[in-house]
Ligand binder design. Structure first.
Ligand code: GLP
Length: 626
């Protein structure tokens, strides 16, 4: 491994490797693990691996399983120590890390049960201290960890070392941060079910490993990764302590690397290419940083910020300002489906055909409205045929209380005419019993999941109707990956792509709106996007595809930055209010942070700051090239 740091990596305080995809990174890491196992075994020793849970290591575990099955890699002589476990969960609990590890790795390889170590979440409080000390001792007795695998939480935690954990901390019981509990809410079907405490290896325990690799995928991790890699070593971001370890590395996919200086601001590290998108990014960055409209930037500011060459190429600051101002300005349009009858080809979307058939894919119900509710309404008002396609049922986000409410209404309805409604009454009674029997943490039985899907369908139709899309144009694909999977463990299969493709062939759209391109590859949005991409790629020769344009929007994820936006749809206060009302229709689950419209207001504020007109709110889109 080379340790030379190139000039473009000068801001990075820990070795950081960017891979094309999470899969490529996972494969590289698995190959490294194989070498460790083989070398240790050749020396007559057991290889000691430190393991992590969460969605991040899943592709890595799948690759280890593949190596075991296809290449005969044996784990007979491997000892593992997991980072952490929720406090209060039994090993059988569906969200316990013990069960996760069994399902994701241990059950599929030949590791002896006695070689597997995880903290025990069920030790009584007065035994926790001794249990943690014994865990440390077991690691030491095994000879220490050869390679520790890590993910990173949005608070910057490794294991469950939340902000405030000291560099020397050891295995202990810790309270979980609010953000961490919110991120786990979907796994536990509601934040109120997420345990408040966990037992975790300490930062000090983790740093004792001989080698460490922290993996991160998806743009939601980009910001915290950048802080951990380029920021100061601080207790506020426990992953930053990896900087002080001589053999720690970050393995990232492109999306997770997008906050690093070399990727985000390459001109500051002498790596600028000055392509048109990069030029726009640099100018917008300078204007926003200095709180100046684009048209007021002056030559000195460009020269002082690594953009002298750009200035020379453009012929001066004035020319550059006008060029970028116009480019940004032209992204704004009130005609997402194209303005009929205009010849102006600088508009984001073509005028013809008119009207268009538009397909809005929503990975989980609510992504559509959240990301582009205002635009959906406009498309409808401008005469386009808009279909909303919910790719998954979203039932895993509906809490039991909602299902209980519906079952009770059904029971009470049956009391009105018991003879005729006997079957419905039995059904409702069965659902109520199932909810009671499984308790807050049990696996939801099929019938309960089906009822929750119906609840979401009703909400989805309601939300669409409030934006002018009739129920006949609201589709439910129920992609199998969702029905068969769990949060943090979803995986696209050929059946998913086939279902998406069949719908595209039937509707033959002129416009597709999609999200999830830069999401964590095992999130619902990430998997849904993979299925879409596959369906799209398989239809290279379809006539409809040659007339179809794909626009990306952002649902759950980080909103586009102004320089990335290729179509900006402004909204009046009334239009924004209508969108927010549509989002409220998703009563069984809504994301409070997103219900305020702040994201759309923020985009409008940034446009205003760059010197464009001042709108109430803006929805943002990028065009996608397969
Ligand atoms: C949990 C785990 C961490 C993990 C983090 C991120 O908090 N204790 O070890 O890194 O989640 O999870 P994910 O990989 O699903 O993003």
């Amino acid at each position: 491994m080379s340790t030379t740091i190139s000039p473009e990596e000068q801001h990075e305080k820990v070795r950081t490797v960017v891979f094309a995809t999470a899969q490529a990174a996972a494969e590289a890491l698995a190959r490294e693990v194989r070498v460790i196992i083989e070398e240790k075994n050749a020396a007559g020793q057991a290889a000691v691996l430190g393991l992590a849970t969460g969605s991040t290591p899943v592709p890595f575990y799948r690759e280890l399983i593949r190596m075991h099955r296809e290449e005969g890699l044996s784990f007979q002589n491997v000892v593992t120590f997991n980072l952490d476990e929720y406090y209060g969960l039994t090993r059988e609990h569906r969200e316990s890390y013990f069960r996760f590890m069994k399902e994701q790795l241990f059950d599929h390889i030949d590791i002896p049960a006695e070689n597997v170590n995880l903290p025990d979440g069920t030790v009584p409080l007065d035994g926790v201290f001794d249990h943690c000390a014994a865990y440390e001792q077991r690691i030491a007795d095994a000879g220490g960890v050869d390679l520790q695998i890590l993910g990173i939480g949005r608070t910057g935690h490794i294991g469950f070392n939340e902000p405030g954990s000291s560099r020397d901390s050891l295995t202990r019981l810790v309270p979980l941060d609010r953000v961490t509990r919110q991120d786990a809410a979907a796994d536990f079907l509601g934040e109120e079910n997420v345990p408040r405490f966990a037992i975790t290896m300490g930062v000090g325990t983790i740093l004792r490993a001989r080698r460490l690799v922290l993996m991160a995928w998806g743009e939601n991790k980009a910001e915290i990764v950048a802080r951990a890699v380029e920021g100061p070593e601080t207790e506020a971001v426990s992953a930053s302590f990896l900087q002080g370890h001589g053999s720690a590395r970050f393995f990232l996919d492109r999306a997770a690397s997008s906050g690093l200086t070399r990727v985000k601001l390459p001109w500051l590290v002498g790596r600028a290419q000055w392509t048109p998108p990069e030029t726009r990014r640099a100018v917008c960055w300078l204007a926003l940083r200095d709180r100046k409209p684009i048209l007021k930037l002056v030559d000195e500011e460009y020269n002082e910020n690594g953009m002298g060459e750009l200035l020379t190429r453009a012929g001066g600051g004035y020319e550059l300002n006008i060029e970028i101002f116009n480019r940004q300005q032209r992204t704004i349009t009130g005609w997402p489906g194209g303005k009929p009858g205009t010849e102006d080809d600088s508009r984001p979307e073509r005028p013809s055909p008119h009207p268009k058939t538009c397909v809005v894919f929503s990975p989980e119900p609510q992504d559509d409205v959240m990301g582009m509710g205002g635009t959906i309404e406009r498309l409808v008002l401008q005469g386009h045929t808009v279909h909303v396609v919910h790719m998954t049922s979203g039932d895993l986000r509906v809490n039991d209380g909602e299902a209980l409410r519906f079952a009770r209404v059904l029971q009470e309805t049956s009391e009105l005419d018991p003879a005729r409604w006997a079957e419905a009454d039995r059904y409702a009674g069965g659902v109520i019993e199932e909810i009671a029997a499984k308790g807050p943490f049990g696996d939801p039985p099929r019938r309960l999941r089906d009822l929750k899907s119906l609840i979401r369908r009703g909400e989805a139709r309601d939300a669409a109707a409030s934006l002018g899309v009739p129920a006949s144009r609201v589709h439910f694909l129920d992609l199998p990956f969702y029905a068969e999977g769990r949060y943090r463990q979803f995986r696209a299969g050929a059946k998913d792509a086939a279902r998406v493709g069949a719908l595209l062939d039937r509707l033959q759209p002129h416009q597709v709106y999609m999200t999830g391109d830069l999401a964590d590859p095992s999130s619902v949005q990430g998997v849904a996007f993979t299925a879409f991409r596959q369906a799209w790629n398989e239809r290279e020769k379809a006539v409809w595809r040659s007339h179809c344009r794909v626009w990306l929007y952002r649902g759950h994820q980080k909103e586009f930055q102004p320089h990335e936006i290729q179509m900006a749809i402004p909204m009046s206060p009334d239009q924004l209010a209508k969108k927010l009302a549509a989002m409220q229709r998703y009563q069984s689950h809504n994301l409070p942070d997103l219900l305020s419209g702040d994201r759309n207001r923020e985009t409008a504020r940034l446009y205003d700051q760059l010197g464009m007109a001042e709108y109430e709110a803006i929805e943002a889109f990028r065009s996608w090239q397969a």
